[in-house]
Structures are given as structure tokens and as C-alpha cells.
Write a protein that binds this ligand. Structure first.
Ligand code: TYD
Ligand code: MG
Length: 443
């Protein structure tokens, strides 16, 4: 008999070790490494089966549509039967609300280990959904969940949350790494066998200390994370992993009095309609999956009273900001070393693309010199260490968004001018080669 191997798993980052650590060597969290009982997973090895590739039915041909097109988009065009979708996010962001709204379309079974049927009913009434077909199950045993899937074959089963589900057959305490992984694994096997799609809800905190979604990413088919700034109404549902669609796809929602609503004017929600022409604001265009979104970078450049001027960024990479500030100083002779630079991306939007560099640089210049960036001007371009403006990916798509929103002028990398013209931009296209040229064209 093979010797059983003992594993230790970090509840925060999911790293696996052969011995226990007080502090996880991977993510540096304290007291997150737990013993993972290997005998609990012995039934994982099932006999495989062979099938001719020609006989494989096209997956995704049959997709279950929810009435929320934003949700369908993030899933890659609807829910695939038998798939397991994990929805992660901080407590209070709107996971249960979304799950309940989707349950309405499928007359789903809603397994709730967190809220009573009465609380769920109250929420359902508040957001005005038809409760007739939805069934609530308040148990927390994975065995019960599996028998519901196998026996009742609901059109969708929601599990809110996976952290509350455990198996009586495993000695580890509920909520532990072993219980969560094992429960998710068994549910996933049964979903695959029966074709019943499963929506798992998992909590995650900002610092990632709570066991959950990170541990499950490889067990489930699709991982969607809810992002958003709690002080703002907008919520972004982002696909991080999707066996049945592309990642980086996003769905845009607003949390309203009546639950989550799909955002209508999607491409402009991150623009601030009131302050566009005040100094320090500049607009650029981001590509998120199949979608293009306009956003505004806001800068505040103020005289510093510190020996080391401060650089702070919200919604943008801080290291990239430091680099852009250094380039402006070196190649555009802006005396930023005596100024603090704060930048913010409006609406809680997060930028992960270098195509926003030029907008960041121009907003800093605009705040420093106290001259507004003209209304209706769009900016695109990556900035190199030598101050050159480099072409951006998918320039045509970004430019189309400027066209769509009625922009009259764009400053873009000279290498992208042809693509912008081909995209049909009818206004003034200004191609620039370096940061100095861009500044000269701005004023
Ligand atoms: P919830 O779905 O319970 O979050 P999660 O399951 O991710 O913890 O949503 C919680 C927040 O949403 C709560 O603070 C109240 C707010 N909310 C609304 O603003 N409108 C609504 O119609 C509902 C149902 C909730
Ligand atoms: Mg909840």
C-alpha cells in the first residue's frame, strides 16, 4: 500500500507544503497553514473513459441564458450545463443579491448556510423578483447538497456560501481548508455527472486571509470576482478563469434600491460629467475583454513640504506612476521633485494597461501648470523610459469608443495614426513621437 502523504495547505494563498509553517512562506500570512487530510480525497480517483474525438459534442453549443446579459457575457455567453461557477468577493459587495436574481430565471435551488429562508424572502421581495419557483435549502452537509443535485436535478443550484458547507465524513472542522476543498470537489463531480450547473459563492477579504476562493480556483470551471468601491454604486464582475470563455471579460452592474441593475451607458460610466475640463483631468480608453471603456485620470500636483515628495495612486499602478513622473522630469523638464503627485482613476475603475500612460502624464502636466486638458480630447500611448510614445494594442477599438462618445480630437502614438484613421475617426488625429511633442500639442 502506498504510504500516505501528509500535506499542509495555506488557507490564504493555497500553497501546498510538506510540513507545517507558522507563517506561510509564499504569502507571509500568519497562522494560515493547515493540515490537509489526504484520506478524505481518496475517492477522487475515478476510472477514466475514452471517447473518439469526433464524437465529442461541441461544448457551449447549449448555453443557459440568464436574463442578465452582463452576466451572460462574463460567463462567455451563458451558463454551460454541468459547469461550476465560483463567485468571489468581499462580504457585502452583492454576491447573494446577484445569485438570487439569477435564481429567478432558473427556478433554482438556493442552498443557504448563512441566511434564513425568511431573510432571503425579504431580500427577494425588496428586489421584486418572482419567488414562486425558487426553493430554499438551509442545510450545510455536502451529502445533502449532492443528493439534491442527483435526485432533484434542479436547473441551477446556488450554494451560499461554500465556506458553510462541510462533510460529516471528514473529521476536519467546518470552514477548514480540507472541508472547503473536499466539498467543492464532490459538488463539482456531481455537477459534471448530472449536468446541473452550480453557482458557488465564496467570501474573500481584501487581505485574502479567509479560506476560500483562492483554494478553489483549480476545482471550478469559472471564477468570477466582484469588484467595486463600496462608496460607489458600480460593481464590476470580472472573469479570472473560464474554461468556457475568455478571461478578462467584465460585466457592469449598479447596486440600486432594487438589487443589481445592468448598466446602460456602459462605456461612459467612469467619466465624471462635472469636472472634465478642470485642470488635472485627462481621458483615455481601456479594453476590457470584448468591451471598451472610457475613463478619466485625475491628478493633483501640489507643492510638497516633505524632503521626499510623495506619489500616490488609486486605480493605477504606483510603480508606473513613479516611472512616468521620472520621465516627465527627465525628458520634459517638469520640476516634479518639489511636488507631491496624487492620481486617481474616477469611479473606482482599475487600470492595468500601459496605454493609459499618456493620459496619466498629461493629467500631471495639466495639474502642475494649472491648464485644463481641452474637452473632447482623447489620449492614448505607452511611455518608454526614454520619453518616447509607443503604440498601444487594439488602437482601433479604443479610437472607436472616442468616436462613439463624440470626441473631436485625439493625441496618440504616431505609429497608430493609420489605424485610428482606418477606424473612422473623423476629427483631428495628432500623432506624437515623444512626451515633449505631446505636451506641445496639448497647450
Ligand atoms: P449582498 O448580496 O448581501 O452581499 P454579499 O452576499 O456579497 O455579502 O449585498 C449586500 C449589500 O447590498 C447590502 O449592504 C445592502 C445592499 N443592497 C442594496 O443596496 N440593494 C438591494 O436591493 C439589496 C438586496 C442589497
Ligand atoms: Mg451573502
Amino acid at each position: 500500500m502506498p504510504r500516505q502523504k501528509t500535506e499542509y495547505i495555506c488557507a490564504s494563498c493555497g500553497a501546498v507544503f510538506s510540513k507545517w509553517h507558522g507563517r506561510c512562506p509564499e504569502c507571509s500570512q500568519w497562522n494560515t497553514v493547515e493540515l490537509h487530510a489526504p484520506d478524505a480525497e481518496k475517492d477522487k480517483k475515478s476510472a477514466g473513459s475514452m471517447i473518439s474525438l469526433a464524437d465529442v459534442s461541441p461544448e457551449g453549443a447549449e448555453r443557459l441564458m440568464t436574463g442578465m446579459s452582463e452576466f451572460n457575457i462574463v460567463c462567455g455567453g451563458g451558463i454551460v450545463p454541468g459547469s461550476v461557477i465560483l463567485i468571489g468577493g468581499e462580504p457585502g459587495i452583492g454576491k447573494s443579491t446577484l445569485a438570487l436574481q439569477i435564481s429567478e430565471y432558473f427556478d433554482a435551488v438556493y442552498v443557504s448556510g448563512e441566511e434564513s429562508p425568511f431573510q432571503i424572502k425579504q431580500r427577494a421581495e425588496r428586489i421584486g423578483i418572482k419567488t414562486g419557483g425558487i426553493r430554499i435549502f438551509t442545510g450545510t452537509d455536502v451529502e445533502d447538497v449532492i443528493s439534491i443535485i442527483d435526485r432533484d436535478r434542479p436547473r441551477l443550484i446556488v450554494i451560499d456560501s461554500i465556506q458553510t458547507i462541510s462533510s460529516k465524513e471528514i473529521s476536519a472542522p467546518p470552514g477548514s481548508v480540507t472541508q472547503i476543498r473536499e466539498s467543492a470537489h464532490r459538488i463539482s463531480v456531481s455537477a459534471k455527472k448530472s449536468g446541473v450547473p452550480v453557482m458557488l459563492i465564496g467570501h474573500i477579504t481584501k487581505d485574502g486571509t479567509i479560506a476560500g476562493p483562492k483554494l478553489l480556483e483549480h476545482i471550478v470551471d469559472t471564477v468570477l470576482y466582484f469588484e467595486g468601491n463600496f462608496s460607489k454604486e458600480y460593481r464590476i464582475l470580472r472573469a479570472f478563469k473560464n474554461r468556457y470563455g475568455s478571461v478578462n471579460e467584465i460585466g457592469l452592474f449598479a447596486m440600486t434600491e432594487k438589487g443589481l441593475a445592468e448598466v446602460k451607458d456602459k462605456n461612459r460610466i467612469f467619466l465624471n460629467p462635472f469636472v472634465s475640463s478642470s485642470p488635472g483631468n485627462a481621458i483615455s480608453s481601456a479594453v476590457e475583454g470584448t468591451r471598451t471603456i472610457l475613463f478619466e485620470v485625475q491628478s493633483l500636483v501640489s507643492y510638497t513640504s516633505f524632503p521626499n515628495p510623495r506619489r500616490m495612486a488609486d486605480g493605477f499602478d504606483l510603480n508606473r506612476l513613479i516611472l512616468i513622473a521620472a520621465v516627465l522630469e527627465k525628458h520634459a523638464a517638469l520640476k516634479l521633485n518639489t511636488f507631491d503627485v496624487f492620481i486617481n482613476v474616477s469611479g473606482g475603475f482599475q487600470i492595468n494597461e500601459t496605454s493609459a500612460d499618456l493620459a496619466v502624464a498629461m493629467s500631471i502636466f495639466s495639474s502642475l501648470k494649472n491648464v485644463p486638458v481641452p474637452d473632447g480630447l482623447g489620449l492614448l500611448g505607452e511611455i518608454s523610459l526614454s520619453g518616447e510614445i509607443r503604440p498601444v494594442s487594439m488602437c482601433g477599438r479604443r479610437v472607436k469608443e472616442f468616436i462613439h462618445s463624440g470626441f473631436g480630437k485625439i493625441i496618440i502614438p504616431s505609429g497608430d495614426v493609420d489605424e485610428a484613421a482606418a477606424a473612422g475617426f473623423g476629427g483631428e488625429i495628432i500623432g506624437v513621437k515623444n512626451i515633449n511633442e505631446a505636451i506641445n500639442k496639448l497647450v
